[in-house]
Design a protein around this ligand. Structure first.
Ligand code: PMV
Length: 308
């Protein structure tokens, strides 16, 4: 029996602009994770995936080409030139779905890793990220690749589409609160809406994306230097730009306000927007006050995570 897991993630700055080639910063959230276990079964039984949380049982040989869970199994087997797997792959996950925490990428990553282990191999993180990216396309259409990258590397990343990933050191721990609006957000739908809005007003949108890219560059410098106040201000600036782009919502705005009023250094939506999560950067001293304020502000759930 082989087991592997993968963390969730949040995007600190740069979502949406990253789809148009601008940089983004994402960090792993190890408090939530997906786990996959591979168990050998008798010869001829084939490969079955049991996804408990999704209430799905999939026979890989019979699954359609566009089934993302079967796809990650197939592509991992092809990568290792393995044939005819007789095994049960059991998947479970504590990563909230449709909330910008990378649940699909975490599940695919855990499966690919567990399968590699089962075959007596390991996957390097870049190849793992590439295999998961193909499965992500089946879920999300045209993903930038940031989710699979940060989750495979399980380290903070400075990500630019189609470029080699850069990891970097976090000088002083980032205390984040991840507050769920309780409203599911479809990355595919929101990204498509932004694409249409940009088509109608390209100059404006490209200027906003450019500014978000500059924020990501400055945020990386702030994190490396341990300048938390600067990072908070950059997150607030990023939220304002995301509002202009049209991906915030009244629920997000309410949580952002709740965090800021309680003394957060900065707060913004994270991920596709319209729902999903709001992230707030706090200090050790303000963490509890901000957490309570987010709860009173209507957060369905709040996760505290420290990024080192
Ligand atoms: O909702 P998430 O965490 O999958 O993030 C979406 C981030 C976008 O930049 C909006 C899309 C992407 O593919 O990067």
């Amino acid at each position: 029996m082989t087991t592997a897991s993968a963390p969730g993630k949040i995007i600190l700055v740069g979502e949406h602009a990253v789809v148009y080639g601008r940089p983004a910063i994402a960090v792993p959230i190890s408090k939530v994770k997906a786990t996959a276990t591979v168990e050998e079964t008798p010869r001829g039984t084939g490969c079955i995936i049991i996804a408990k949380d999704l209430n799905r049982t999939i026979r890989v040989a019979q699954a359609t080409f566009d089934d993302p869970l079967a796809a990650i199994v197939r592509s991992t087997l092809v990568h290792f030139r393995a044939q005819d797997l007789d095994a049960t792959i059991t998947v479970s996950s504590t990563v909230p779905v449709a909330s910008g925490m990378g649940s699909s990428a975490a599940v695919s990553t855990a499966i690919a890793r567990a399968l590699a282990g089962h075959l007596g191999n390991t996957l390097n993180n870049d190849i793992l990220a590439a295999l998961v990216f193909e499965a992500e396309r089946l879920y999300h259409g045209t993903p930038s690749g940031v989710d699979n990258t940060v989750i495979a590397h399980a380290r903070p990343v400075f990500f630019v589409k189609n470029r080699l990933v850069e990891t970097f050191a976090v000088k002083s721990p980032l205390r984040l609160l991840i507050a769920d609006t309780g409203i599911p957000s479809s990355t595919r739908v929101v990204v498509e809406d932004v694409r249409k809005a940009r088509e109608a007003n390209q100059e404006k949108y490209d200027a906003w994306f450019r500014q978000i890219g500059q924020i990501a560059l400055m945020a990386r410098a702030a994190i490396i230097a341990g300048e938390q106040f600067a990072l908070g201000a950059l997150m607030d600036g990023n939220q304002w730009l995301l509002e202009q782009i049209g991906v915030s919502s009244p629920e997000i705005d309410r949580l952002v306000q709740a965090a800021r009023q309680a003394g957060a250094l900065g707060a913004k939506l994270s991920g596709a927007g319209r729902g999903g999560n709001v992230i707030a950067l706090t200090t050790e001293q303000t963490q509890d006050t901000v957490l309570n304020s987010l709860r009173h502000g209507g957060a369905a759930n709040v996760i505290a995570a420290t990024i080192m």
